[in-house]
Design a protein around this ligand. Sequence first.
Ligand SMILES: C[S@@+](CC[C@H](N)C(=O)[O-])C[C@H]1O[C@@H](n2cnc3c(N)ncnc32)[C@H](O)[C@@H]1O
Length: 308
Amino acid sequence: MTTPTGFLPKAIDKIVVPPIKSQGIKTKLVPFIASNIAWRGAGRWIEPFLGSGVVLFNIQPQRAIAADINPHIIAFYQALYNCDFSAEDVRSFLTEEGERLLESGGAYYYEVRKRFNAEHNPLDFLFLNRAGFNGLIRFNRKGEFNVPFCRKPERFRQSYVTKITNQVARVQKIMRGKDWEFVVADWRDVLKSVGPDDFLYLDPPYIGRHTDYFSRWDEDEAEALASVVQSLACGYALSMWKENKYRVNEHLSLWHGVEERTFLHYYHIGSTEDLRNAMVEALLIKRGYAVEPALIPTPERQLSLEFI
Ligand SMILES: C[S@@+](CC[C@H](N)C(=O)[O-])C[C@H]1O[C@@H](n2cnc3c(N)ncnc32)[C@H](O)[C@@H]1O
């Protein structure tokens, strides 16, 4: 275990919420992740499974590789990083498209979906992600986005558009001056360039879930990831569900020489929030990169985390 001296750990009490939603988004786990990892910050922060980007945008390293096999997530954030559009462009776009959606009673969602599948415009991706059912990101076998409409034609009210606009503005501001590389790649290719000073944050999909068609994630993938990562010289941390009332994740045993930190996460089923809906999430941290429990920083306002 390591005494905190470098870039991480850090206490986070204001969580930056990203404009893109994704399955397995770690928004509520960000303070737990940031406060348990000890990393000097000399190399790059490498995330081969970027998803919504919420972990990267809260850790805010100076140098990073942000990678995902999903080209649309990467294209969206690459465009934001390049300043191809501004937050105000997003506001105008969502306001206009939102009005068309309302006038059409919802049918316009499917026009945008068709247009996105032909042209792959990042703003259309944002629109679909924020108007589709449950913020899902899912594709058919031909690689076409196929999530149905959330059935709320009034979706893009002014307050919702402002919320998304602010999320875009905040992330773009965080990116400014940072040396971040956005990459569409399979994790194997990303890991080929990792050096000893880099730090890897790994958040692979849940085993057995085939929710999108850019990838399949099964036992073989999980085993291959564990084997490759454990042969690297750099530090790493891996997020994984550990157990709920019904099941225990046996894949944790693939990882050796790690410190296990756990976080009890409640998720909503209907309107109740209780132990039936609790999931223990684990963070496995390579030995030497986990903060000593007594030294884990706690945010000043621990009981009132703010989501911005
Ligand atoms: C659990 S999500 C990551 C969630 C992210 N940490 C967040 O908080 O939003 C897993 C991500 O891995 C990506 N992915 C799946 N298979 C992959 C592969 N073979 N190589 C790289 N990325 C992959 C998916 O597209 C998805 O975005």
